[in-house]
Design a protein. Structure first.
Length: 233
């Protein structure tokens, strides 16, 4: 081993404790993600945290083993490079859990949790146990307790609505009237006219700040003349 002054008097015990706390921290975050059915759950978060911890230990070992080489040596070591590559590498893993469905984006919280779990492993790998413990507590508080505030927060809801109907150019005015009656704002609009089948197609993104009204809105639109299909998500 290449550590000059192990934290607990034994190199093996030093490594074991660092890896153990990294696994515990990653497991606690992963357990919360697992309970909510997220793609990066218990095992993924433990692996990320323990892996980052091990890489930080290896980075420190390389530096302490070869750090005595003078500036004239052809060998150069920068212990910060491994940490930088951990941060970069975890970005690719996080990108894999982000999904975009229309205007909705899912997985951002899971990606962020993977990123912060890597930092937990790095903190424990460098022996910063207080930093790792405080960060773990803050992460769990953000994931568990702040989620309970969601029902109390007023926020926009987005609804993507597609309407297929017989070609009537006044149809959009009728749709706009329904939106106004429901207190909705149109944030995006696209339309298409099919001259072969004599149909008109609208895709509208509406926002509102109250309840989910997709079914109610569909019922109102179906009362219009010439409607063939209505779909919302």
């Amino acid at each position: 081993m290449f550590f000059d002054s192990p934290l607990f008097g034994s190199y093996e015990l030093d490594l074991l404790i660092k890896l153990f706390f990294a696994a515990v921290a990653g497991g606690l975050v992963g357990l919360e993600r697992e309970r909510h059915g997220r793609p990066a759950g218990l095992r993924t978060n433990i692996l990320v945290s323990v892996g980052a911890c091990a890489m930080m230990i290896i980075s420190e070992a390389f530096y302490l083993k070869y750090g005595m080489l003078d500036v004239e040596s052809a060998v150069r070591f920068d212990p910060s490079r491994v940490a930088a590559q951990i941060v970069t590498g975890i970005g690719f893993l996080g990108a894999g859990v982000i999904l975009k469905e229309g205007i909705s984006v899912r997985g951002l919280t899971t990606a962020a949790s993977l990123w912060v779990v890597a930092s937990l492993g790095m903190a424990f790998g460098m022996g910063h146990f207080t930093l790792g413990a405080i960060t773990t507590a803050l992460v769990l508080a953000s994931l568990v307790f702040l989620k309970k505030l969601d029902p109390l927060m007023r926020k926009d809801r987005y609804l993507t609505l597609t309407v297929t109907a017989e070609k009537r150019m006044e149809l959009y005015d009728e749709l706009q009237l329904i939106f106004e009656e429901q207190g909705l704002n149109v944030s995006d609009l696209s339309s298409n006219v099919d001259l072969v089948n004599d149909e008109i197609f609208f895709q509208v993104v509406v926002t509102q700040q109250q309840k989910r009204i997709g079914r109610e809105l569909t019922v109102a639109i179906l009362q219009l003349d010439g409607i063939k299909k209505v779909h919302y998500h």
